[in-house]
Design a protein around this ligand. Structure first.
Ligand SMILES: [Zn+2]
Length: 394
């Protein structure tokens, strides 16, 4: 599996490594590449020629004519390939086609019955991808897919997904082979959300906690510019941390006293229903809160407070510069963060929270889908993958 690499890394000197330097903006000209890698100008030139021949790199006049970049500038050709993203959640699936710069070419989001089986959903996903690909001429370089829970990124199946139970152990590749032969990459939903914060830009912070607050609660971690646990297929099970305030409330995981029983979307919805307010999904509750419904507002703010209490331990240990709020609760960012901020400041060490910023996830509701695309692009454009591709052409 690839790992997300950031501008601070020092890749090698192959053609693939040079493309990586260009795409991560560590080098914009031939001179930059010579300086960064120590390669002679002629060595740089021959490597760039192979990249241009393969259609992966744009240079000079070609670029100047598109505006923006100076003549002699270098840029990844975003149209050399497309990748596909497939983000499957408990009650919604998103599919999309992306260029190599991570821009969405086309996409499609649909709700489905909670806990739908793969036998029911995957044929639909395949059909939707086929429709999106109609008229796309660039070859597909890969598919990035995410599922909730723990996945096996090598066997390409779900391993333990309590919210989509019927998916465990079911091979996903055979369905997607109907769309493309390009490699499939599978990861956990919070992991791709976290990856989406790193892809294609200077990240908001070198160390950040990336919260997914939806039906369940999970946390991804970027430490010193790196996605922690990339390729492992699971992320921080924040929601199943025992908290005293939860007492012996039963959790959907089978244990009692988990944070989710107080602050998970499923628990908030149940509580709102007990108050006689109609809501079926955390997205309904968020919308009610935005419309001013007082119980929904109170529940979201309290959820933020409970979550902040647990996050304060992580903040004390890691001194993050930012907390990114993703997931459905991020839709009511101000309300939720008010609670989060309150308890993080109350429970965290002042030195650990002084410079802390709270930010919404960059891609909002489509963050997971963008992360799936990033997963496929990072794999397709990893230096060793590009080098293998160039060898295949020679
Ligand atoms: Zn639990």
């Amino acid at each position: 599996m690839s790992t997300t690499t950031l501008p601070t890394s020092t890749p090698g000197t192959s053609a693939g490594a040079l493309l990586h330097l260009v795409r991560t903006r560590q080098a914009e000209t031939r001179g930059d590449l010579s300086r960064v890698t120590g390669l002679s100008r002629s060595s740089v030139a021959s490597r760039l020629a192979s990249l241009v021949d393969a259609g992966l790199l744009l240079e000079g006049e070609e670029l100047a004519s598109t505006g923006g970049r100076p003549a002699g500038g270098l840029q990844l050709n975003p149209d050399a390939n497309v990748v596909l993203g497939v983000a499957v959640g408990r009650s919604r699936s998103q599919v999309g086609v992306f260029d190599l710069a991570g821009r969405e070419v086309s996409g499609d989001t649909r709700d489905h019955e909670p806990g739908i089986s793969p036998e029911k959903l995957m044929p639909d996903v395949v059909e939707r991808l086929g429709t999106l690909l109609a008229g796309v001429t660039a070859p597909v370089a890969g598919i990035g897919m995410s599922l909730p829970g723990t996945v096996d990124p090598v066997r390409l199946t779900s391993v333990d997904a309590p919210v989509v139970r019927g998916w465990d152990g079911v091979p996903l590749e055979p369905w997607l082979r109907k769309v493309t032969d390009a490699p499939l990459h599978l990861d956990n939903d919070t992991s791709v959300l976290t990856r989406s914060e790193l892809f294609g830009r200077v990240p908001a912070a070198q160390t950040m906690l990336v919260l997914k607050a939806s039906t369940g609660l999970a946390m991804g971690l970027v430490a010193d510019g790196r996605l922690v646990g990339a390729g492992r297929g699971h992320t921080g099970e924040l929601g199943h941390t025992r908290v005293e305030a939860a007492g012996d409330l039963p959790c959907r995981c089978g244990a009692t006293g988990c944070l989710e029983t107080l602050a998970g979307g499923w628990a908030l919805v149940a509580r709102l229903q007990e108050q006689g307010v109609e809501a079926r999904h955390i997205r309904d509750l968020v919308q009610l809160a935005l419309d001013g419904e007082p119980q929904a507002r109170r529940l979201l703010r309290e959820a933020g407070r409970h979550i902040g209490e647990v996050l304060s331990v992580a903040a004390n240990l890691l001194h993050p510069e930012a907390v990114i709020v993703g997931g459905d609760m991020g839709g009511a960012f101000d309300l939720f963060v008010a609670g989060l901020r309150e308890s993080l400041y109350a429970n965290g060490h002042p030195g650990a929270t002084r410079a802390l910023r709270f930010l919404p996830s960059t891609h909002g509701e489509a963050a997971g889908l963008h992360g799936c695309a990033a997963l496929a692009i990072d794999a397709a454009l990893a230096p060793e993958a590009v080098d293998a591709r160039l060898r295949g052409r020679a």
